[in-house]
Structure formats: structure tokens, C-alpha cells
Design a binder for this molecule. Structure first.
Ligand SMILES: Nc1ncnc2c1ncn2[C@@H]1O[C@H](COP(=O)(O)OP(=O)(O)OP(=O)(O)O)[C@@H](O)[C@H]1O
Length: 652
């Protein structure tokens, strides 16, 4: 039996150093001291993002025939007032009462309780679960891990609070702080009551400053406001989806954890419009047997975090996941994340608890990815019901509905108030039309109520635009049952919204593909799948000998023609060192040009993870690299077909 190999401890500091050194990303404005939560991407970061977005477009927009839009970022305040963001897009903030240091209230409670549980484990000599968290000096500083033993009941209470930390309101968080003596971690000072803090960046549009606006906090609103045009563009066919990739802005209370919580970030969002009575999905059978690890709200409310591994078909059947469309998208999200290189075993779907749900959502599942910071939400998948279209329609008076011809006309018996127009108009003057429309829009049960009052007292009252109108028998003489035939069904669609934070996904990906080659100088490697790797191929001449230049140019040109990005490294460094540099950039393939290449038109191809090589004609190698970069062929398949070639000179 072989001895168990200890799992290498993930070294976040080393990864961050690598990402900074190779300029994947860096703090923005650092020459001026930098601003928390703002980052710039360098060349490999940009290329990686572009490749991930390209896959996103193919996986969602192309595969599902979505309608892509690119809407304005600057948004008039009125729009975001209507959508509810001005009043409710906020987090709870509290302050150290002496130093004025600011905390996000839920994060403070979470960090302090987690640190106490870690301290308890240390005191009991039990292993602390997340090694990386222990290594996180910032967190230690923020929440002081000290080895203090807790009694069992307290430890259990803390675990239960943490399992539903996202479910507390501000006053509840304040209560938790008092009950559990939560102080400012650095100073031990008292903390203020949590107050609400709106996360949007306010601005004003135009030189007068009279039109207030905000930088959008999500890309969704632009899509909703174009609903009518999009439906028409889609020839009035339902269901359909719009999609948008673009920047969003949130003035986060305390941005931390690098790219995971920033103040400006790229989102990729889908708004899938469905008939509220038909939330089935035509392609659900393709994914029904696909298994997901899920954490339902009910489990969290019991203070537990055990995952349920279940096929999406069964989860929908048991109503754990509300409907087929939501289930379908959860699977598609899982497939996308796996395709770009996220470890599928480190993805879970967590259902929101009722308090946690955004103001517009009626069911929501987050795709969370496991990182050294713990589980992090990277994709939110919410059922926004008819919320957004309804509020924008009410505000603007524009109908944002689908009109569907019924297969059979619908004949219904309906109550109808008999209005005496001759009296109605002169009595209510400018309000007459609004009152009449109000009566016409009432449903059957509301009309029944009015009829009861009319029958017994001879009058009834209605409230329209904040004013009450008494309607007496001279205005409405009676309520009669009439038969109404409808040919058209009109409804406001519901919206299922998968919403991706691209920066968070990129960071998780970089953690998942990072490892250190145990041999030699223990260099870092980023094992990006070829499809997403920033650069696909490194070209290295054996030396600076001029004889290699024509072959190099030929290979470069052929790779370019095949759409494969490549880079020549003709520095004087050893081949091994040049490859190591590119391992850090995640370049999956390396081509070496040597003296034999000059003679027989063959080159060697080295694969990054195995460091194994094959030798073949230039044309063959270029075609193989192209196919591997397109995800059509794997290195294992290539290796099975071509014998390995190990040259003395280019061994690393
Ligand atoms: N401050 C941020 N920095 C980076 N990405 C973010 C940030 N806020 C949200 N996102 C990304 O946008 C996606 C959709 O946004 P959503 O409004 O659902 O996030 P959220 O629930 O507000 O996130 P959180 O609870 O972490 O603040 C998230 O899944 C995440 O990937």
C-alpha cells in the first residue's frame, strides 16, 4: 500500500506574487497610492478575460440564440428609483466608535465568530478546517485568532449563526453584536449600530447638474428597458433571452480579497423571459440527469452546510429547485465553469434564504466556488418574477407585456359596472377617465365586493391616484354579468437571470489552476485549459543562431494563419528557464526550433503540465496545436498517436 501523500498547502501569497510579477492584474492608480477595490488588468489578464468571455458568448449567446445588447452605463436616477435600487440596493455598515474604522456589519460578525471558532479548535487541538484562512494574515489581524476554548453550546450557536449569516437584517446584526460581545477587532472598542449604506455611485448628467444619475450597479436594467424592442426583434416569439457583457459599479463598504470584491467589475448577464404559467424548458431533458451539489435554504436554516448531490431532474421534481428553466440554467452555469477550468468538485449551488434575497427576486441560487477564502458567490441565478417589467411599466405607462393569440377563444362571464357617462364625466371631470379605467381593470373578486356594497348601500368608493371617489347609483346604475370573448392573452413575462461576475470567476480560476512544480526551483505553473490560456504557444529557438530565424518565421506565420496566439522568446536564457517563465503565464504549448528543424522541417512540441514532447513536421504540429486550442483534441490523444521525443539538449 502506498503511503498517503500529504496535500500541498495552497500558498496564496506565492500565487499573488506570481500574478503581480507577470502582470495579470495590479492595483489601479498605484503611483498615487492606489484606491481600494480598483484594479487594472495587464496583458495576460486581458487575454484571459477575453478568452473567457469568448467562451461565455459561444456557450450562452450562440448556443441559446440570445439577443445581445450593449446598453448605457450612466443611468438616470429615475430608472433606478423605479427599479428599487435607490431605496434598497444597500448593505449594513457599522463603525468603531473611537477610531471611526468602517466595517460591513455581516462581514464583521462573520469574521469574529469564525475566528473564535478557529481559536476554539486550536485550544482543543483540533485541526482548523481552512488552512489557507489561517495563513491569511489580514484576516487574523481583522478578527484576532486566539486559542480560547468555547463551551459546546456557544460553539454550536456560532455555527448556526454562520450557516445563515446572509439572512440577517441590520437590526438583527446589531442584536448579534450585543449578545455576543462583538467589538472592533483591532482596538476592542465598541461598535455603532449598523446603518444602511447605498452601494451606488451617484453622479449627475449634463452641465446643469439637474439630472441626477448613477453608474449602473448591474447590467440588467438596460435590458429590461429594451424589452419591447427585443420582443419585436424576436418576432414576438417567447421564450427568449437577452444578454449583456459590461462594466458595473458598486461602492463596496470595505473591498478586500483582491478581485473577489471590487468597486468596478465586468458582469455578463442573461435575462431569460418566460411565460409565468410555463416555466418548463424545451431542452430540460438534455440536462435532467446532470448532477449538482446543492445547499438548499432549508438546510441552512437548520444551521447546517451539508451538500446534497442530486440530479437536476430530481431536484426540480421535488420542488427543491422551483422550475425547469432555473434548473436548466444551473446546469449550463456548471458546464460553463467546468469548461473554462474551474474544478467541478469545488462548485456548489446555494439557495438564498428569504431575507437574503434581493428586493426583486422570488427564488435565487448562487453558484459558489471554493477558494482559499472559503466559498465565494460567482454567479447569481435569480428568478426575478415579473418585478422589473411591472415596475417600469407602471411608472412609464408603457405596456411591457407579451400578447399571445389563444388557440381557442376564451369566453368568460364577467361583472361589468353600468356607467352613466352623462353624469360620470361632468362629476369627476379630469379624473373621469382614470376612475373609469380603474373600474375596467378590476378583477372579478374586487368587482364582487363593489357590487355587494352597491346592492346594500346604493354606493361604493374607489381610491385612484391617492384620492377617494364615491360612486353613487346615479353614476353606476347596476353591475351586470356579461359574456366576454378574448382572442388574445396578455401577460407580463417572468425573468430568470443568471448573472456572472467575471473578475471573481477569473480569480477563482487562477487559484484552481495554480500549482508548484515540485522539482528543481519549485516554480509556479498556471494550468489553464488551452481554450482560455492567455497565449497558446511559446516559440523558442535553441539558441540565438541566425539559422533558426527562417523556420521561426515560418512557424509563426502558420500559427497566426490558424488563429493561434504565440510569442517568440529568443532571449539568451536557457530553454528550461524560458519554459518556466511561460509556465507562470499558463502557456500550454512550447515549440522548439533546433538544428534538425532547419534540415528536415520538423519541430518539437512540449506540453506545459507533463513537460512531455513530441517531434513532427511543422504543418502537423500547427494543426495539432490549433485543434487542442479549440478544445477538439486533448494532449493525451496526441500523445497516444505520436511517439514521445526526448532530446538531450532540450531536456529541462
Ligand atoms: N463587489 C464585487 N466585486 C466583484 N464581483 C462582484 C461584486 N459584487 C457582485 N459581483 C459579481 O456579480 C455577480 C452578481 O451580482 P449579485 O448582485 O448577485 O451579487 P451580490 O449578491 O450582491 O454579491 P455579494 O453578496 O458577494 O456582495 C456576483 O455573483 C459576483 O460574481
Amino acid at each position: 500500500m502506498s503511503a498517503a501523500v500529504p496535500e500541498p498547502v495552497f500558498n496564496r501569497a506565492a500565487l499573488e506574487q506570481l500574478l503581480g510579477k507577470r502582470f495579470f492584474y495590479a492595483p489601479a492608480f498605484s503611483l498615487y497610492g492606489g484606491v481600494a477595490g480598483l484594479y487594472d488588468y495587464g496583458p495576460p489578464g486581458c487575454a484571459l478575460q477575453a478568452n473567457v468571455l469568448d467562451i461565455w458568448r459561444k456557450h450562452f449567446v450562440l448556443e441559446e440564440d440570445m439577443l445581445e445588447v450593449d446598453c448605457s452605463i450612466m443611468t438616470p436616477a429615475e430608472v433606478l428609483k423605479t427599479s428599487g435600487h435607490v431605496d434598497r440596493f444597500s448593505d449594513w455598515m457599522c463603525k468603531d466608535l473611537k477610531t471611526g474604522e468602517i466595517f460591513r456589519a455581516d462581514h464583521l460578525v462573520e469574521n469574529v465568530l469564525e475566528a473564535r471558532l478557529d481559536g476554539d479548535k486550536i485550544a482543543r487541538n483540533a485541526p482548523v478546517e481552512t488552512k489557507a484562512d489561517k495563513d491569511d494574515k489580514k484576516k487574523k489581524k481583522a478578527a484576532k485568532v486566539t486559542a480560547v476554548r468555547l463551551d459546546d453550546a456557544t460553539a454550536q450557536t456560532y455555527k448556526e449563526i454562520l450557516a445563515q449569516i446572509d439572512n440577517y437584517s441590520g437590526p438583527q446584526l446589531g442584536e448579534l453584536m450585543r449578545t455576543h460581545q462583538i467589538k472592533s477587532p483591532e482596538t476592542g472598542n465598541d461598535i455603532s449600530e449598523p446603518v444602511v449604506f447605498n452601494l451606488m455611485f451617484a453622479s449627475s448628467i449634463g452641465p446643469t447638474g439637474q439630472l441626477p444619475g448613477f453608474l449602473r450597479p448591474e447590467t440588467a436594467q438596460g435590458q429590461f428597458l429594451n424589452f419591447k424592442r427585443l420582443l419585436e426583434f424576436n418576432n414576438d416569439r417567447m421564450p427568449f433571452a437577452s444578454a449583456q457583457i459590461g462594466r458595473s459599479f458598486r461602492n463596496e463598504i470595505s473591498p478586500r480579497e483582491g478581485l473577489l470584491r471590487v468597486r468596478e467589475f465586468t458582469m455578463a448577464e442573461i435575462e431569460h423571459y418566460v411565460d409565468p404559467c410555463k416555466k418548463d424548458h424545451s431542452r430540460f431533458n438534455e440536462v435532467a440527469s446532470y448532477k449538482l451539489s446543492i445547499l438548499p435554504a432549508a438546510t441552512q436554516l437548520q444551521g447546517k452546510t451539508e451538500l446534497l448531490n442530486i440530479s437536476v431532474g430530481e431536484a426540480v421534481e421535488k420542488k427543491i429547485i422551483d422550475n425547469q428553466t432555473l434548473g436548466y440554467f444551473l446546469v449550463r452555469i456548471h458546464m460553463f465553469l467546468s469548461k473554462i477550468g474551474i474544478n467541478p468538485d469545488r462548485i456548489r449551488f446555494r439557495q438564498h434564504m428569504s431575507n437574503e434575497m434581493a428586493h426583486y427576486a422570488c427564488d435565487c441560487w448562487d453558484a459558489e466556488i471554493h477558494t482559499s477564502y472559503g466559498w465565494k458567490e460567482c454567479v447569481g441565478c435569480a428568478d426575478r418574477s415579473a418585478y422589473d417589467l411591472t415596475v417600469h411599466s407602471n411608472k412609464t405607462g408603457e405596456k411591457l407585456v407579451v400578447r399571445e393569440r389563444l388557440p381557442e377563444p376564451l369566453v368568460e362571464e364577467k361583472l361589468q359596472p353600468e356607467i352613466n357617462k352623462k353624469v360620470f364625466g361632468p362629476r369627476f371631470k379630469k379624473n373621469a377617465k382614470a376612475v373609469e379605467e380603474h373600474l375596467a381593470a378590476l378583477d372579478e373578486s374586487a368587482l364582487e365586493e363593489l357590487k355587494k356594497s352597491h346592492d346594500s348601500t346604493g354606493a361604493f368608493a374607489v381610491a385612484v391616484n391617492g384620492e377617494t371617489f364615491d360612486i353613487t347609483k346615479d353614476l353606476v346604475s347596476s353591475f351586470e354579468k356579461v359574456s366576454i370573448t378574448t382572442h388574445i392573452r396578455e401577460f407580463t413575462p417572468n425573468v430568470i437571470e443568471p448573472s456572472f461576475g467575471i473578475g471573481r470567476i477569473l480569480y477563482c480560476l487562477m487559484e484552481h489552476v495554480y500549482w508548484v512544480r515540485p522539482e528543481g526551483e519549485q516554480r509556479g505553473v498556471l494550468s489553464f485549459p488551452p481554450v482560455v490560456a492567455p497565449t497558446k504557444c511559446l516559440l523558442v529557438p535553441l539558441s540565438t543562431n541566425e539559422a533558426f530565424i527562417p523556420v521561426l518565421n515560418k512557424v509563426s506565420a502558420q500559427l497566426r494563419r490558424s488563429g493561434v496566439s504565440s510569442k517568440v522568446d529568443d532571449s539568451g536564457a536557457s530553454i528550461g528557464r524560458r519554459y518556466a517563465r511561460n509556465d507562470e503565464l499558463g502557456t500550454p504549448f512550447g515549440i522548439t526550433v533546433d538544428f534538425q528543424s532547419v534540415q528536415d522541417n520538423t519541430i518539437t512540441l512540449r506540453e506545459r503540465d507533463s513537460t512531455k514532447q513530441i517531434r513532427e513536421k511543422i504543418e502537423v504540429i500547427v494543426e495539432l496545436v490549433k485543434e487542442m486550442c479549440e478544445g477538439k483534441l486533448s494532449w493525451e490523444e496526441v500523445r497516444a498517436k505520436y511517439p514521445a521525443f526526448e532530446s538531450q539538449e532540450i531536456n529541462e
